[in-house]
Design a protein around this ligand. Sequence first.
Ligand SMILES: Nc1ncnc2c1ncn2[C@@H]1O[C@H](COP(=O)(O)OP(=O)(O)O)[C@@H](O)[C@H]1O
Ligand SMILES: [Mg+2]
Length: 306
Amino acid sequence: MADASPVIAVRNLTKSFSGKTVVNKLSLQINPGEIYGFLGPNGSGKTTFIRMLSGLLRPDSGSGTCLGFDILRESGKIKPLIGYMAQRFSLYEDLSVRENLNFMARIYRINNMRRTVDETVERMGLSRFANQLAGTLSGGWKQRLALSACLLHRPRLLLLDEPTAGVDPKARRDFWDDIYSLAAEGVTSLISTHYMDEAERCHRLAYLAYGDLLVSGTADEVVSRSGLKTRAVSGANLHLLSPELKPLAGVEQVVPFGSTLHVSGHDEELLDQSLNSLKNGKYTWQKIDANLEEVFISLMQEREGG
Ligand SMILES: Nc1ncnc2c1ncn2[C@@H]1O[C@H](COP(=O)(O)OP(=O)(O)O)[C@@H](O)[C@H]1O
Ligand SMILES: [Mg+2]
């Protein structure tokens, strides 16, 4: 059972639409039970990549396996083994929660349909909504129903495309609790998200920018490899400080963060000289770790040559 071979292993996956490359030679490996985050601006190819893995879209070039099957030649074998939650997940709003699940169970040709649906309703805490029309559920519960639907056939891999977009914090936390317990059972998840707190929850993550994979690794690795240094500046009237800081040498980013100002750059010496050149006593600053958002913005700045 304990199979250490990767769940996803792709090399140089490439896809163009109308001559425009939207996924550019993407190579990636994801291990069993891993929760892998996919981040990057809209239009970066996250959805396209996920669809290529699921066998819904054929890559132009590159190769790879998903759950041990060749993504080009054996996509038919992959589809029944994955749970795919599309970006704008679809539910039948005029069917009840249970009817939605029954319908999906039939599509997946699940044996013991009744028992499986009952167990899923129970496990996912949907009991009190079982007979309610899906269209009348809150956003968080709709998302939970959509996740339940893609778990019915007990997939070993979940491909979740922005599953928590627009979902409130409590429902997002419940969702992540589910993903963690599934991971403990060996279920692997690839999750695209724009939320930085979710990025930090992933075992590893990748950042895509318009087709290119700019960085990947654990959150800590991504931050330390970036070499970005950040200082938290405190004091009165920080909003006046911001325009003063931005043009100084070594200062690449100035971002309000709660009651402080985060000031970042790669050249520590220049950065600190610039901070020390501020009028003495008025402001204090301390070294802190750069956060993922600062790192991602920095990567985009570098990519755009500024
Ligand atoms: N079926 C398609 N036909 C043409 N262009 C597409 C198609 N699917 C995606 N694209 C384009 O590919 C780029 C990447 O899109 P997408 O994979 O949806 O990115 P993301 O999920 O990161 O926002 C976008 O510019 C998008 O317009
Ligand atoms: Mg997308």
